[in-house]
Design a protein around this ligand. Structure first.
Ligand SMILES: [Fe+2]
Length: 163
């Protein structure tokens, strides 16, 4: 039975020697899971969210190797097939794998959000990116007002950044 710990372990191995990326997706996974649990997601949606958070940036490494850059559009192109291979190899259900691949391919597509797994993945990634990028208070406030919609994600944003 595939589980999230195995997936995180596989991702850590895949990103060997890149502690910054590893610390990033470990943090995004933890925040996504915490928001998902506190928002009352059902078990299957929570599994999808956690798996998607663990692998959401899986395309970065191959983009850097292939193109020498890793913008959002390239990642969304290269990431889903890699995520699919990894989840299938670990035995995740096909319905879970397909949804995770879709989320990996849309995690920078902020105008297409119409579901909780997608929304919470974006919120968790933002909470980590706003910190890691050293964003200004103005940028953070703008993201808070435009991008966050769960009560838990909004609360975490206010508390983490002292808004
Ligand atoms: Fe990310």
């Amino acid at each position: 039975m595939a589980d999230i710990a195995q997936l995180l372990g596989t991702m850590i191995t895949y990103y060997n020697g890149d502690p910054k990326r590893i610390q990033h997706f470990v943090k995004v996974h933890d925040l996504a899971r915490t928001i998902g649990v506190l928002e009352g997601l059902d078990q299957k949606t929570l599994l999808i969210l956690e798996a998607a958070a663990a692998v959401h940036d899986i395309g970065i490494r191959i983009c850097e190797l292939k193109y020498g850059k890793c913008d959002g559009a390239l990642q969304e192109l290269e990431g889903p097939p890699l995520a699919g291979d990894m989840l299938r190899a670990l035995g995740f259900d096909e319905s879970v794998t397909e949804r995770v691949c879709w989320l990996v391919g849309h995690h920078h597509s902020y105008n297409e959000i119409d579901s909780w797994d997608h929304q919470i993945l974006v919120e968790a990634d933002l909470l980590v990116n706003l910190y890691e990028d050293g964003s200004s208070k103005e940028t953070i406030r703008n993201a808070y007002e435009k991008m966050f919609s769960t009560e838990t994600g909004k609360l975490f944003c206010r508390k983490i950044f002292d808004l």
